[in-house]
Design a protein around this ligand. Structure first.
Ligand code: GAL
Length: 412
């Protein structure tokens, strides 16, 4: 019954090839932590309800591991039915090579341009006026997460921002608590980026990452950032770094660490642990210093297939991902904001409410790094920050000079 209903909705909204029968669609993504797995299961459930079958192609180990695997499979002629990527430049080469399905007709018929917000997300899916992906959420990277009990047990007040955390850090350390947990790889880059946005401000961050303003990158606002990172190094030492971002959040959940800096997807882990935002833990956008959101997030692309049944199932999936029901169920578990403004968010937790408030205040919303710079340059920055955090002999001035070189050489 449900399948007929879905077919009728689609037939009314977009011309689909008329191929009958259920289709298995392999969907790749890197959602393997507790919160992420719970969230993506909602998409799988919604797609299965159309009569098709979501064949889960989860790739463990975060986007850095998954992205090259996804891209090389498509390039190499072994495409999946659909895949997660981030909004931005990651699929540019695949689109140029004609390997991705154009879903403009569906996007137009369903009026995604008005249905989905903010505009930046659909813009990121659009190349030369054609839509190639469907944005499923708005995920922002600039959050600090703290375990309240860690502080109150020590007779301390939970910090309201990163500066207060740094002031508390010596006392926490003395009590055997790691002030700041950290995971290896991209989370180090994210930590530094979040400190940059908080201390140098959104405008300067965008001027450097988007406009490649070397004067600002080498100037005092950024010197302040590198100095703050150097001061934070002792509280998140290299020998205490854990392999994965969710393990670092796990240390905060278990009360072994006081805080972590991570995107709002961390909220899913606290939910799985049955902790309540604003009671058991705090989520502080912009590290509590500059409340901001960026327009990061996740999108799904649909590699071209010679099989018309796959093509049809891809359109059914694209449609399903933006339905009210799927948007709500997925985003509540994921810790991200839904793409549609017309979903009932009465069940939103404190963190999501804070995010929605910022989203309505559009000046505090700025582009994700992947929307401004190519992945190779971003990886170079991440590697540099990893070296800077781990090597206490590297001075802030040396790190800043290397950073400026990467910005200078990043392709526009
Ligand atoms: C991001 C993605 C998020 C989250 C995070 C950690 O790239 O946008 O949805 O999953 O990685 O896995």
């Amino acid at each position: 019954m449900k399948m007929f209903k879905m077919a009728a909705v689609l037939a009314a909204s977009v011309a689909l090839p008329s191929v009958a029968g259920a289709t298995d669609l392999e969907v790749t993504h890197w959602w393997t932590s507790g919160g992420e797995a719970a969230a993506v299961a909602e998409f799988a459930k919604a797609f299965d309800a159309t009569g098709n079958k979501w064949v889960d192609g989860a790739i463990a180990g975060s986007g850095d591991v998954a992205r090259p695997i996804i891209i090389s499979r498509i390039m190499g002629g072994n495409p999946m039915g659909a895949t997660q990527l981030n909004p931005g430049k990651d699929a540019d080469e695949l689109i140029k090579a004609g390997l991705m399905q154009d879903i403009t007709d569906l996007a137009t018929k369903e009026d995604w341009a008005h249905l989905l917000r903010p505009k930046s997300q659909l813009d990121s899916c659009t190349v030369d006026g054609k839509v190639y992906c469907v944005p499923v959420n708005l995920h922002s990277g600039q959050w600090m997460w703290t375990n309240r009990k860690v502080f109150t047990d020590l007779g301390m007040t939970p910090p309201k921002d990163f500066n207060e955390l740094m002031a508390d850090a010596p006392a926490l350390q003395k009590a055997g608590i790691q002030p700041l947990s950290l995971a290896q790889g991209w989370p180090v880059g994210l930590l530094v980026q979040d400190i940059t946005v908080a201390l140098a401000g959104v405008d300067n961050f965008v001027k450097v990452y988007k406009d490649r303003d070397i004067g600002i990158a080498s100037g005092p606002e950024f010197t302040k950032v590198f100095e703050a990172v150097a001061a934070a190094r002792q509280y998140a030492p290299a020998d205490k770094m854990v392999p994965q971002w969710n393990e670092a959040i796990g240390l905060v959940i278990q009360g072994k660490a006081a805080a972590n800096i991570m995107g709002d997807w961390a909220g899913g882990e606290f939910q799985v642990a049955h902790m309540v935002a604003g009671k058991d833990y705090d989520c502080l956008p912009g590290l509590g210093i500059t409340p901001v959101l960026n327009t990061g997030g996740d999108v799904f692309y649909f590699p071209k297939s010679a099989d018309p049944k796959i093509t049809e199932a891809q359109l059914v999936l694209a449609h399903t991902l933006v339905t009210k029901e799927a948007q709500l169920a997925f985003n509540l578990k994921k810790g991200s904001l839904p793409m549609r403004a017309d979903v009932d968010l009465s069940a939103a937790n404190d963190c999501m409410k804070k995010g929605l408030q910022i989203l309505d205040h559009s000046t505090a919303v700025f582009p994700n790094d992947s929307q401004m710079m190519d992945r190779d340059s971003l990886n170079q920055i991440s590697d540099l920050m990893t070296e800077f955090m781990a090597n206490t002999d590297m001075t802030p001035a040396q790190a800043q000079a290397k950073f400026v070189d990467i910005i200078k050489n990043a392709p526009k």
